[in-house]
Design a protein around this ligand. Sequence first.
Ligand code: URA
Length: 272
Amino acid sequence: MTSHAHVKGILQWHIDAGVDETVGETPVNRFELVDAPVRVPATSSPGQSNTAKRSSPPPTRPGDAPAGPSGEEAVKSAYELAEKASDTDELRAALEQFDGCALQKTATNLVFFNGDPKAKLMFVGEAPGAQEDRQGEPFVGPSGALLDKMLASIGIERSEVLVSNTVFWRPPGNRTPTPQETAVCMPFMERLIELVDPDVLVTLGGPASKALLGETQGVGRLRGRWFTYETARMSHPIDATAMFHPAYLLRTPSQKRAAWSDLLGIQDKLSG
Ligand code: URA
């Protein structure tokens, strides 16, 4: 093998393993970084009436970017910042100030939400991908294009809904967010739902469904069913349901039939 081919092979190996962003000029030995174990405080948040199953995240692993303040402090500070916001602009400003999520170290942009802050229909996906990270907007890549078509099929334009994710920075290599990353973003997501107060909340894919509906089953078992979502600050529960993630539907077109049936259920609920 020529040395050029050898170097190319090494680079390809890294890309295949999910290392698709360079983040620093000098190497960091993450095995030398000591992280304190992390617990989500049981009493620091309003909680969801139906599902209060916010999981305690495990200690950060060697190889994870260091979380800045300890995980417990980061969640507490996230609740303190999020609770003060009285509209979605203030909430975005609070999130811009927040420095407690490890994903901020590797992401290019904050990806919070787009769409109508007064939407009747709100979607929450898993995490921003590469294109979302570059543009600072959720669901602008191939998954977003399919989401737009799905909405159009029930007569709804993308600008009429609000779209966000369980974490607001792209996980490196598009890996699933860790429980800790989800936990530190959750106070902002809870406040976002409180402020938007949609008629219907839809979680897209397994991670978002587990995080927000507090269920442990896979999305294949949750879709087509209705739940309620509520925090202590909300005056009434919100109807919530789960759907397959558009990225999964792109890979598994045979499930589009199920997604169509779910969309009709959502349309029904909105008109009811
Ligand atoms: N997938 C998601 O879950 N969210 C995005 O914003 C893009 C792709």
